[in-house]
Design a protein around this ligand. Structure first.
Ligand SMILES: [Zn+2]
Length: 278
């Protein structure tokens, strides 16, 4: 392939961070954790393997996702409990916090609300960091396994992909049809999943999750939330997904409530005036 004479010098230009995260007002994690220490458990939901379940968390509450019986990754969707048109926006969350999220990072909602929906206050896998392959845990780069891509790649119909699991769970939670619920299912946070991009081709890869029973990740709800979690048919995602082949385990979601952190208030909608230059 022909290169321009200054190809090397063009490549050598230093990158700049698109969205310096220090410009975001950081959450007061000490206050969040101090408040959570006095919360009590108000609900729990067990997510069966290769299926999904929904849960509700009032603003200021905390939800914990735990591995309980074996290494298992989960595909998480979040909606504003009062308006499912407002939902988790993985693309902007990735732009703001990076490809993988952990303590102190927030899950942001779509435009025009663009506000924090949840803040990660604890993550027992935070020690993992980055491995020699560039793999990290809890990505906001994957989309969710879905039967359409499965059809495209294998020609088979597999109905227990995370997309279908989330579609059924949301339909049941809202009392609506599958056709009505499917458009609200969105790109996920891949809880406990270990992923990255290959150095050579930038190909999206997954590898066996380091999660073990007892590991958990805790989120404080910044607004009233309806959540759905799918226990991915890929199990620990060490080999395959979109089939019944992988060993799969349940996940546990627990909800805790109490007096919210001192000085905390529920996240406001984005303050942009929406005049778009007119
Ligand atoms: Zn999946």
């Amino acid at each position: 392939m022909l290169e321009p004479p200054d190809a090397e010098s063009r490549r050598a230009i230093e990158p700049v961070i698109c969205y310096p995260s220090e410009l975001l007002a950081p959450p007061d994690l000490d206050a969040y954790r101090a408040a959570f220490a006095n919360y009590r458990k108000t609900d729990e939901v067990r997510v069966p393997p290769r299926d999904a379940a929904t849960f509700r968390v009032p603003r200021g509450g905390v939800f914990r996702i735990s591995s309980i019986e074996g290494p298992q990754v989960g595909d998480l969707n979040l909606w504003n409990a009062d308006d499912v048109g407002e939902r988790f926006y993985s693309g902007k969350t990735r732009a703001l916090h990076g490809t993988h999220v952990s303590v102190g990072d927030r899950l942001w909602s779509n435009l025009p609300q663009l506000r924090p929906m949840a803040t990660i206050i604890e993550d027992t896998l935070a020690w993992y960091g980055a491995d020699e392959f560039g793999g990290r845990v809890h990505d906001v780069i994957g989309t969710r396994c879905d039967p359409y891509t499965g059809r495209l790649l294998s020609g088979d119909d597999y109905h227990h992909c995370c997309h279908s699991n989330l579609t059924r769970a949301l339909a049941d939670a809202l009392g609506i049809s599958l056709d009505e619920s499917e458009p609200y299912v969105h790109d996920v946070m891949n809880v406990f999943m270990c992923t990255g991009f290959s150095r050579e081709k930038g190909a999206y890869f997954m590898k066996a999750s380091p999660v073990r029973p007892g590991d958990h990740i805790d989120f404080l709800a910044e607004i009233d939330l309806l959540g759905a979690l799918s226990a991915c048919p890929g199990g620990d995602c060490s080999a395959t997904h979109s089939s019944d082949e992988a060993a799969c385990f349940p996940l546990l979601v627990e909800v805790f409530e109490g007096d919210p952190p001192e000085g905390w208030h529920s996240a406001d909608r984005n303050a942009y005036d929406r005049s778009h230059g007119r």
